[in-house]
Write a protein that binds this ligand. Structure first.
Ligand code: ADP
Ligand code: MG
Length: 466
């Protein structure tokens, strides 16, 4: 039985310091996830490791706790390097490691990803970094310039190694590993195990232990429902499903970019708040779309699999597969975006007759038959348009202007009199700040904020339109 709980899934069974254990408790990490229970004892013992588990299973803490345990903060040099496929993932991993490191003073974690000027990164590296998280391309840039000394590195982590292979980073990963000292620990994490992984490991890992947590046993939290649809009826069927189930947040996956665009347009025309995420977006627009979806200002994120690569968004209630992917693993990936961290999730898939071959491959991979439901029984649960709870206000200026969440919250509550409950997530990036505000007061709040002051400086703010 692979789904049996390990004998002791408490973090206290690991060789971790008291302050780390207390911090984990504060974070609400009461028990290890299965992949953590399987990998942490080996990783903490210094072994090379290939660990495979689906998205959302807690892989970041599995390598994060391990690399932090080996850190010597009295030394000011780079002791751990984490490679991730995308800038967003690098940011997420950095944030998670910082959370895990909170109980220790002054652990410096630096992100090195493309799409941002080198200058700031060079300055951060000069000041001294213990842990570096970056994308292969940008890390190689720094290695080429000599700005990232790795002579004292203890731990190299490849996170989402399968995605990095997909994106053509094989040679880059090998090149980075060549810059690391041979006597180091290498940890490789991956959601799937394509053949490239073994080839990669053979290049630079030392008889790695393999741990794998089966995807099927964890996907019980996801209810899968299948609907047969005439090819011409596909997009209207999406509208009916959304109106019927009314999830607060849905990722709708499409096989092609053209279908994404058509669907987003149709949903918007039906009064359903939807934003499309596709490869053509400028980085700034992409950031904005993701912020608005994650902060509950947008009900439906319409995306291709490529554009959604590496996304980790909590609380996605439903995944809607608008068409069936040819590759069965892609289906498993799609539905894994919901039902995270013990929550339940809904996975709706539309399939036309000519997609039944792909459906068969998915059934084989999942080891069970699909449950079909008639579309005809789907009734709209009400005529009210599907609107999100929040709307987003965009404020010019971000970290560069030293804006902090407390400043924004203070301006809205203390200065303008809104209640704490009316304010949602506050995201601050380098040049922009986004704050989610209860939809009914958002327009008013944006107008009042605009022309006001934050930290004594005049503010330019506007409501982002649906
Ligand atoms: P993965 O890398 O496998 O996709 P993440 O590391 O991003 O997964 O973790 C998914 C979520 O689960 C994160 O929000 C993380 O904070 C949370 N998490 C990780 N470990 C635990 C734990 N032991 N208990 C509770 N939540 C956890
Ligand atoms: Mg991850």
């Amino acid at each position: 039985m692979t789904d049996k709980k390990p004998a002791d899934a408490s973090f206290a069974s690991l060789p971790l310091g008291d302050s780390t254990l207390q911090n984990l408790e504060r974070l609400g990490y009461t028990t290890m996830t299965p992949i953590q229970a399987a990998s942490l004892p080996l990783a903490l013992a210094g072994k090379d490791l290939i660990a495979q588990a689906k998205t959302g299973s807690g892989k970041t803490a599995a390598f994060g706790l391990s690399l932090l345990a080996r850190l010597d903060t009295r030394r000011f040099d780079v002791q751990a390097l984490v490679l991730t496929p995308t800038r967003e993932l690098a940011d997420q991993v950095t944030a998670e490691i910082r959370k895990l490191a909170r109980s220790e003073d002054n652990i410096k974690v630096v992100t090195l990803a493309g799409g941002v000027p080198l200058r700031g990164q060079l300055a951060s590296l000069e000041k001294g970094a213990h842990v570096v998280v970056g994308t292969p391309g940008r890390v190689l840039d720094h290695l080429g310039r000599g700005s990232l000394p790795l002579a004292t590195l203890n731990t190299l982590v490849l996170d989402e190694a399968d995605r990095m292979l997909d994106m053509g980073f094989f040679d880059d990963m090998v090149a980075v590993a060549r810059h690391c000292p041979p006597a180091r620990q290498t940890l490789l994490f991956s959601a799937t195990y394509p053949e490239g992984i073994a080839k990669l490991a053979a290049q630079f890992m030392r008889s790695p232990a393999m741990v794998k947590v089966d995807a099927q046993h964890q996907s019980n939290a996801i209810e899968q429902r299948w609907y047969e649809v005439a090819a011409s009826d596909r997009l209207p069927a999406v509208v009916r499903l959304l109106q019927h189930f009314r999830p607060a947040s849905t990722i709708a996956f499409c096989n092609t970019r053209a279908r994404c665009a058509a669907l987003a347009e149709l949903l918007q025309a039906q009064g359903i708040s939807a934003l499309a995420l596709h490869g053509d977006l400028e980085q700034r627009d992409r950031d904005q779309v993701l912020v608005r979806f994650a902060n509950r200002s947008c009900s439906v994120l319409v995306a291709t699999d490529v554009a959604a690569r590496g996304l980790d968004i909590a609380g996605v209630e439903a995944v809607l597969s608008v068409d069936v992917p040819q590759d069965a693993e892609v289906h498993v990936h799609r539905i894994g975006r919901t039902g995270r961290a013990g929550e339940s999730g809904l996975a709706l898939t539309l399939a036309s007759l000519d997609e039944m071959g792909a459906v068969g491959r998915i059934e084989l991979l999942q080891g069970h038959e699909s449950k079909w439901f008639p579309l005809a029984e789907i009734m709209a649960a009400g005529d009210a348009p599907l609107q999100p709870a929040m709307a987003t206000i965009h404020i010019h200026g971000g970290r560069k202007e030293k804006i902090r969440p407390g400043d924004v919250l203070g301006a809205l509550t203390a200065d303008l009199g809104y209640s704490r409950e009316q304010i949602g997530k506050i995201d601050i990036n380098e040049f922009a700040t986004y704050v989610a505000v209860e939809r009914s007061v958002a327009k008013d709040a944006a107008e009042r904020l605009n022309g006001g002051r934050i930290k004594g400086k005049p503010v330019k703010a506007r409501l982002l339109r649906d």
